[in-house]
Design a protein around this ligand. Sequence first.
Ligand SMILES: Cc1cc2nc3c(=O)[nH]c(=O)nc-3n(C[C@H](O)[C@H](O)[C@H](O)COP(=O)(O)OP(=O)(O)OC[C@H]3O[C@@H](n4cnc5c(N)ncnc54)[C@H](O)[C@@H]3O)c2cc1C
Length: 405
Amino acid sequence: MQNQELLDSIKRSAKQDRFKGQDYYMIDDLLTDEQKIARDAVREFVRGEISPIIEDCYERAIYPRHLIKGLAELGAFGPSLPEKYGCAGTDETTYGLMMQELERGDSGIRSAASVQGSLVMYPIYRFGSEEQRMKYLPKLAAGEFIGCFGLTEPDHGSNPAGMITNIKEDGDHYILNGAKMWITNSPIADVAVVWAKDEEGVIRGLIVDMDTPGVSAPEIHGKLSLRASITGELVFEDARIPKANLLPNVKGLKGPLSCLTKARYGIAWGALGAAMDCYESALRYSLEREQFGKPIAGFQLTQKKLAEMITEITKAQLLLWRLGGLMDAGKATPAQVSMAKRNNVAMALDIAREARQIHGGMGITNEYPCMRHMMNLETVLTYEGTHDIHLLITGMDVTGLNAFK
Ligand SMILES: Cc1cc2nc3c(=O)[nH]c(=O)nc-3n(C[C@H](O)[C@H](O)[C@H](O)COP(=O)(O)OP(=O)(O)OC[C@H]3O[C@@H](n4cnc5c(N)ncnc54)[C@H](O)[C@@H]3O)c2cc1C
């Protein structure tokens, strides 16, 4: 639905967004002016454009596609890529802060920006030819094109190396066959970055124009999480892809995995945003809600919850600030990013659940954001490497032993 009348009526009836953000350890002092300006611009966008409509979009499982133009104007698509391609050329902390604010609005909206920037634009930039970059990146940055990323298959999720989607050479084309599952934005995408095995069994990346005959993207319905995001399949039936659309500069699983490292970094920041929103809502509610003659914030058990929440949020902020620096210095390892993704998403999910409890019965309604964040975070815990897979990555990193199989 892109029904402007409906959106306007939702906006009119919307509650006020009172989010301020938390900074218990004065981490703002460590940020540059540019970083703070970018964060605050996204915060304003969320306040003005996302908060007023998100509960309704979530309830009705509507992807608010009209936001794409505004997100592009904010520079939310591939912010850290060079200006030459229509991007902002920011540092990695700025990118992270933008994802934090977007997910404070909703994980589904942050997912759309993550996929576009980290999983579609980044591989085209990093592994594509200059011609491919110039053809696709400016349009993706401007939101004129919507992109999606096809790695997961119906029978190969945590183990993408087992993929069966494949390409066979045919003159100046490849013939692409196979299916991808759980693909964010595929039903509305103009272009897909698809990972498939060549005739030698080597994983290659292709840029697939979605109007290619033999390519379809049926929508997946019935999601109880990430409902303000659109998810689908990708089905390839003898689709003829020009050889010029092969990403020339990468072979093997390291191609998709390096995109995932970039996206997981953004997720680690995003999850923090969701946690901050839940904490702040719980703190405010607990100060306003009275039981037994006093605000529930005055009870020790409520304070235990709130104190632990702000402690975990502060630890996550410090971890991300350092990780951002490592990313900029080109020193961050994929295992460090895994640790941050796993820690922060689990932390956010715990906070969403505790915050929901503090809101009592009201916590299960869409008057407050905690339940929506909680439901969303169930997806975030699973996608881009599940909670347990990231644990195995850390385990392998510290022991040198592979416990995957
Ligand atoms: C809403 C949504 C959007 C998504 N968007 C995208 C997208 O845009 N593009 C894309 O390519 N994918 C996308 N995904 C897919 C996502 O990345 C996968 O769901 C995820 O990688 C897990 O794969 P799976 O669902 O097949 O679970 P499985 O791999 O089947 O895992 C099931 C369970 O088994 C556990 N497990 C698996 N292997 C091991 C092991 N070796 N040791 C211990 N435990 C193990 C897992 O931790 C998990 O708990 C999306 C998923 C969702 C839900």
